[in-house]
Design a protein around this ligand. Structure first.
Ligand code: COI
Length: 353
């Protein structure tokens, strides 16, 4: 069924609030948002409306039982000032994999991708033009039944908001490898972008921040032996001339779209990329014998972020200066060249607005 996307534009734009020289992640929201509601087994027509608060009953089910999922996408401006969205169709597919696991309805492609394109078209002025900046796009879905009993909901809202973004991490990140708390188990929801995955990480995150670290590198729930992901990012290690990243088997790691892009580009360059279990002891051994050359995270918000320091128990692994990192610097530049339209997109990753 074709959807009609109605637009109710804002009377007075708030664009003057955007200071291109002082952009903080997730603080300022663009003029419009898209909203669509699901009821009685069908989606209604989406609407693009001025960004505003929602009015919800305190009994709204997602607030109690966490049927809530989200995505992260980015739009960039090329040198001519044209807007480009990076791999939105892949986010749409991933959102529906999350939706399936969380007993939520699939979002039709027309609402997710075409709705996003129309929203970005309308709010193009909000895409920052400074180097390294972009417009962060946050699609999400919440269960909206007004019911405090526990059961899968029947009503849902899908919303897209957008926010100007600069680099998520402004310096190499310091990582604490955790072997006490667990992010995900096989059979759980680790592969989804369910809000609860992030909520459950807040307490351990608070503890490591007090110790002066930026992020946790999670280990597997059975043995705490194999590294998994960083929560805001997937993780890559360059050992000798190979690039190694944890595989997706078991469904405990987010299927990162930046992760997939990095693997594709490195393989095309002829670099050996291994997707396989990688233990913390393998990383420690490589550090000690000098073959651990680089370690970095990848994600939509973080893009490609170097890891400066990695601590496991009392073992502090301080990596060499990032300027010397050939692989990470190449992949970061190449991805940005594709996103900002400085080189051709041979993969069909860019949706022009
Ligand atoms: C993203 O990279 O888009 C994420 O969702 C990670 C984080 C900001 C929660």
């Amino acid at each position: 069924m074709p959807f009609e996307i109605k637009i109710n534009p804002i009377a007075n734009s708030r664009i003057s609030e955007l200071d291109q020289n002082n952009i903080q992640f997730g603080r300022l929201y663009s003029d419009h948002m898209l909203i669509a509601h699901y009821e009685d087994g069908t989606w209604g027509n989406p609407e693009i409306v001025p960004f505003a608060n929602l009015s919800l009953s305190p009994a709204t089910t997602f607030m109690h039982y966490g049927q809530a999922i989200f995505e992260g996408v980015k739009a960039y401006k090329d040198a001519k000032g044209d807007a480009r969205i990076f791999r939105p169709e892949d986010n749409w597919k991933r959102m529906n994999r999350s939706a399936h696991r969380m007993a939520m309805p699939d979002v039709p492609k027309e609402i997710f991708v075409e709705g996003m394109r129309k929203l970005i078209d309308l709010d193009q002025a909000w895409i920052p033009t400074r180097a390294g900046c972009s417009l962060y796009i946050r699609p999400f879905m919440i269960a909206t039944d007004e019911f405090v009993g526990v059961r899968p909901a029947t009503k849902f809202s899908f919303i897209i908001i957008t926010s100007p973004a600069a680099a998520y991490y402004s310096k190499p990140v310091s990582i604490f490898v955790h072997d006490e708390f667990v992010r995900a188990f096989p059979g759980g929801i680790g592969f989804t972008k369910a809000a609860g995955n992030y909520g459950a990480s807040m307490y351990p995150d608070q503890l490591i921040k007090k110790m002066g670290y930026d992020q946790i590198l999670w280990t597997d729930g059975f043995e705490h032996k194999y590294v998994q992901e960083i929560g805001t990012m997937n993780v890559f290690f360059v050992i000798d001339d190979k690039v190694i990243t944890p595989d997706l088997v078991g469904g405990t790691i987010l299927e990162g779209i930046t992760r997939a892009s990095v693997i594709t580009l490195l393989k095309e360059k002829g670099v050996t990329v291994e997707e396989r279990p990688i233990s913390i002891s393998e990383i420690e051994a490589a550090y000690k014998n000098g073959t651990l050359k680089e370690a970095f995270g990848t994600g939509t918000a973080a893009s490609v972020a170097p890891i400066g320091k990695l601590t496991f128990h009392t073992d502090v692994m301080q990596l060499r200066p990032v300027e010397e990192w050939e692989t990470m610097n190449w992949i970061k530049t190449t991805l940005d060249d594709i996103r900002y339209g400085r080189i051709e997109d041979n993969h069909g990753w860019i949706l022009t607005v």
